[in-house]
Design a protein around this ligand. Structure first.
Ligand SMILES: Nc1ncnc2c1ncn2[C@@H]1O[C@H](COP(=O)(O)OP(=O)(O)OP(=O)(O)O)[C@@H](O)[C@H]1O
Ligand SMILES: [Mg+2]
Length: 603
């Protein structure tokens, strides 16, 4: 069963921790609404009982307070007190509004922070294969804009919905206590306005999306032309490109104007609806005043309450339509959170790793791949020996190593991989990967300093170790030539390393780990033959008793290995030492002849 089988469960999970802030913020919002209701009450009391002669219609405790202060007469003598009361209520409302915002923002940010943290760590725990199936750009978008959408949904839309419902309930209650008939006259308009605005906003939503698309087209024309400016000039395409831009610009502009006309029509017609609502209050209210069923002060209060409703009610339709869109974003985040992370068996072992590695009838095909990437591979790599793997592109060399690292799962019945007699499926993944160091075929360096990159797999390895690894990988000299040396930043904000420098940094990165098994996946392809030899000698001298697997296209890179296998279309075609393979006169011999003939030509 999936961990989060509904959107509600997911939101609830992230909401824990932020919930107290939201409850507080809604409580403060309710207080604000209540305080907003008080001032019209004071005004109506002033009009009716202080200016007029009606008996005051106020709650008992308030009346008692006025009596203690000297009664209505005192208020007539000091109207300033009334103004002060209004100001006091206003100030209290302002404080509550402030607290509402603080609590709401804190709740919203706590919520997103938890969501971002959990998403990030969950994504890191997902299997390698998952990352292959999901595009990076898409994952990033889910972690940024979808997270933002959900935050808006919770801290803006949902809160605003609850706030508006509280406000409508309170205002209608206060109004109904004054006069039920007049209140009903106003209340019938509320569902009409909400429905009207919902219908409008769900329609206009598509148009806004279209505007976004058109704007994207416009800016991509600009971007293309700026990045490809040399091509545009070289082919004399300026006029053509300018016309293309103008056409798109005109289309975009006319679309915007059309959209704005629609918006204006909506606002004006909504104005008419609210105008009618106001009219109803004044009509029914005045009639009630004339009948004597309502006081003038109360009419003023009714009109004020009604005005308070107008804006939030109109917004409600928009909020509700936008809320419905959040569902898609929640679904997208739920997909990530529901993806199963890599887990080990409860009884996973941590056996010694400096043992023989055995591939026992291993076959493997990628998901969606029609043919087997590896077919019936059986192979023993004695502990401490060096294995060379030679093979053309797509022959399955990297795949074989991915299986050894358990980056891909070897199905039951498709053979076994054993280290010291233990099936690697029974070994804890992180332990396995820590002990099998691998220089990836396409090394990746982080946007950090060179020393941080080299030491990335160890906690604080110390400069001496970093330099030692760099020297073995023949990159120390190159690093010394950078002005900042080992503190030079790599990547977008720093230097751009050449392909060969990158490979050598990745080799140093692996050497520092001193793993009992080391894999070099085509790691010397971008360095010249001489450096290749230097690095190989240095590695041989410094890896001690480690088992080394060297993958290469170049025979010179691996000819000194204790044993060499030749892979072809996922099968082992030949194996033996360099001399044995040459003598056998097969595929290895053919490749050797081709490569040495090439060298002879160059000479
Ligand atoms: N992620 C993947 N999904 C599907 N098929 C894949 C995947 N990776 C590799 N393959 C396929 O598996 C086969 C073996 O690929 P592999 O990367 O192991 O080759 P290789 O020997 O390392 O080649 P190269 O020398 O070019 O690195 C190829 O046919 C390739 O197309
Ligand atoms: Mg490869």
């Amino acid at each position: 069963m999936k961990k989060y089988d509904s959107n509600f469960k997911l939101i609830w999970h992230f909401l824990k921790g932020a919930l107290p802030f939201f409850i507080l913020s809604i409580s403060f919002a309710a207080l604000v609404s209540f305080l907003d209701m008080v001032n019209p009450k004071i005004i109506s009391f002033t009009v009716d009982a202080v200016i007029g002669e009606k008996s005051p219609n106020l709650p008992g405790p308030v009346l008692a307070l006025i009596e203690r202060a000297g009664g209505i007469a005192a208020l007539r003598a000091h109207p300033l007190w009334i103004a002060l009361a209004v100001a006091l209520v206003g100030a209290l409302a302002a404080i509550c509004r402030y607290l509402f915002r603080i609590c709401n923002t804190t709740g919203g940010e706590t919520f997103v922070r938890k969501m971002r943290d959990e998403l990030f760590s969950h994504i890191l725990s997902l299997p390698y294969i998952w990352h292959g199936e999901n595009a990076t750009g898409d994952i990033i978008q889910r972690c940024t804009s979808d997270v933002q959408t959900i935050k808006r949904f919770i801290s803006e839309q949902l809160v605003s919905l609850i706030r508006t419902v509280i406000l409508i309930t309170m205002a209608l209650t206060f109004m109904a206590r004054i006069n039920v008939r007049v209140t009903l006259g106003s209340a019938v308009f509320i569902p009409i306005i909400i429905a009207y605005s919902m219908v409008f906003h769900s329609k206009i939503g598509n148009a806004f999306r279209k505007v976004d698309t058109e704007e994207g087209r416009l800016s991509s024309i600009v971007q293309e032309n700026l990045t490809g400016v040399r091509v545009v000039r070289a082919f004399g395409r300026e006029v053509y490109e300018q016309e293309r831009f103008e056409k798109q610009n005109a289309y975009y502009t006319s679309f915007w104007i059309h959209l704005m006309k629609l918006m204006s029509a909506f606002w004006s017609s909504a104005d008419i609806l609210t105008g009618m609502q106001n009219l109803m209050i004044i009509l029914l209210g005045s009639a009630a005043c004339i009948n004597g069923t309502m006081t003038t002060g109360n009419l003023i209060a009714m009109v004020s309450y009604n005005l308070m409703l107008i804006w939030p009610v109109r917004q409600l339709g928009r909020v509700i339509t936008e809320m419905s869109k959040a569902g898609i974003s929640i679904d997208r985040i739920r997909y990530i959170m529901n993806s199963e992370p890599e887990t080990d068996r409860a009884d996973a072992k941590e056996p010694p790793m400096d043992r023989d590695i055995v591939f026992d009838h291993v076959s493997f095909s990628y998901e969606g791949g029609s043919e087997e990437a590896l077919h019936d591979i059986s192979l023993t790599i004695p502990a401490g020996s060096t294995l060379g793997i030679l093979g053309g592109t797509g022959s399955g060399k990297s795949t074989l190593m991915y299986l050894l690292e358990r980056l891909y799962h070897l199905e039951e019945g498709k053979g076994r991989i054993l280290i010291g007699g233990v099936d690697i499926r029974d070994i804890r993944r992180d332990y396995l990967r820590r002990n099998i160091g691998m220089v990836l075929q396409e090394p990746y360096l982080f946007s950090r300093t060179l020393s941080e990159n080299i030491g990335i797999a160890r906690n604080d390895p110390g400069m001496a170790q970093i330099r030692r690894a760099a020297r073995i990988a023949s990159i120390d000299d190159a690093i010394q030539t950078f002005t900042a040396g080992y503190d030079t930043a790599v990547g977008e904000r720093g230097v751009t390393l050449s392909g060969g420098q990158k490979q050598r940094t990745a080799i140093a990165q692996m050497l520092i780990r001193q793993s009992p098994v080391m894999i070099f996946d085509d790691s010397l392809s971008a360095v010249d033959t001489e450096t290749d030899m230097k690095i190989r000698h240095a590695i041989r001298e410094n890896t001690g008793s480690a088992t080394v697997i060297l993958i290469a296209h170049r025979i010179t890179t691996l000819m000194n290995a204790d044993r060499i296998i030749v892979l072809d279309q996922g099968r082992i075609r030949e194996q033996g030492t360099h001399e044995e393979l040459l003598a056998a006169g097969g595929l290895y011999r053919k490749i050797y002849d081709l490569q040495t003939a090439g060298l002879a030509d160059e000479d």
